[in-house]
Design a binder for this molecule. Sequence first.
Ligand SMILES: N[C@@H](CCC(=O)N[C@@H](CS)C(=O)NCC(=O)O)C(=O)O
Length: 203
Amino acid sequence: MPKLYDSKFSGNAWKVRILLSRLAIPYERITLDLAKGEAKEPGFAAKSRFQRVPALELDDGRCIVESCAMMLYLAEGSDLLPADPVARADVVSWLFFEQADLTKPLAIPRFFHLRGIAGEMAARIAALQEQGYPALDKLEAWIAPREWLSEGRCTLADLGVYPYVALAHEGGYDMSRYPGIGAWLKRVEAEPGWAPLIEEGAR
Ligand SMILES: N[C@@H](CCC(=O)N[C@@H](CS)C(=O)NCC(=O)O)C(=O)O
């Protein structure tokens, strides 16, 4: 059974957990405490070369790092990742957009809020939001007249872009500006296998 190394608040790990659940793949979940520096410990660093979660350890001991690489590996052969090269490239383009344009501007302000240091980091948050809002504007322009990001159905594109957009409000983003995104988030949440970031009852 594969092992998924994650952390409680990681949107990148949430992405992979939603996919594992959607594909009904059993796995062992190992949750690290990043605040205690557990991602930097030598045992974990030997598995995850960038010393970050998520990391997916396969039965033969090989480890896949980078959430989108895990998604591509796990979704191979499923209807979430088209076989046609052009359709596949379109789906994958959203994973690149998420990593290049969305993740940091959305995740870092959230991290400052979660750590209770948003006040002292206000200038940094404002600078990140200057990058994040234009990316969200592009996402809104694309999704508002559509139901799904690619292929006219739920694909890896939607599952990959979803987590940090769904969490953006925790970083102080005003998501009321984006009704199209709001409707799309609800569609993703109604998909089979979707699970909340923190399961009900978990502490
Ligand atoms: N591009 C990477 C980003 C992974 C990442 O930034 N992980 C964060 C948590 S979401 C982490 O492990 N940080 C290490 C630390 O805080 O010590 C991915 O998509 O997997």
